[in-house]
Design a protein around this ligand. Sequence first.
Ligand code: SF4
Length: 297
Amino acid sequence: MIEEKIKKLKKERDAIILAHNYQLPEVQDIADFVGDSLELARIAKEVKEKVIIFCGVHFMAETASILAPDKIVILPDLHAGCPLANSITPEDILNLKEKYKDYAVVSYINTTAEVKAVSDYICTSANAVSVVEKISEDKIIFVPDRNLGYYVSKHTKKEMIIWDGFCPTHQRILPQNILKLKEKHKDAKILVHPECRKEVLDLADKVASTSGIIKHVKEDDHHRYIIGTEAGLLHRLRKEVPNKEFFLASPLAVCANMKKITLEKILWSLEDLAPQVKVPDHIREKALIPIMRMLSL
Ligand code: SF4
């Protein structure tokens, strides 16, 4: 069986498998850790194994490489990119900095290593409001997600310029999807990710990161939930909270890039120790600064 082969080779290669909450169910099940970007970044920094098989998208493997430069970081399919991360370039940031000289640039972790290297702070969906609130600057350029930016702007008095990027997967979740499900399951609570469009955010009972959604359903006394994020999270929710019911807000909320990682590709990547993601030192050193600022907050 392929799972057995992966487990055996993983030991021989001294490797650990990290998987994002949006990965295919079978990939989540074979992983040593499943989590959101921030949790996986923190784990990548601490692991003792020589090799990290990163089941996620390219910017996440880059973040692991930035935080753990002495490890071999492998992304089983180099084509697993993120259109949101690719919606802004370092040149865009430098142009904004030139135009708005007294603003601090807060970049969502869904950005390339080059963009991180020219940012002042990094944030994740779990800590975006708290990062913007805690930093000393009152004027913020927030990139690249306009919906997360909108959500943060509702929770801070700071002045914000927000880049017009978005996640195509979360964008496909429409308010009418939520309303239709709510009509059918009147007692269901609506939990959505902040990358959803603002009309969806405004309908939610709670807006939270994937780890925030998991924590909420574990601690909450409700039994039914409409989940507004990528389909992969439902696998984890149903596995870890089997006594509750979850409804995916839209059948179209599937990230094709996250689904590029398969068991076969994990096995091949362990066999070949490729393809590797290695952020060059001159970018890594600069990108590490805003990431460490976030981790220290
Ligand atoms: Fe990028 Fe959206 Fe896919 Fe996440 S779900 S990797 S933000 S495209």
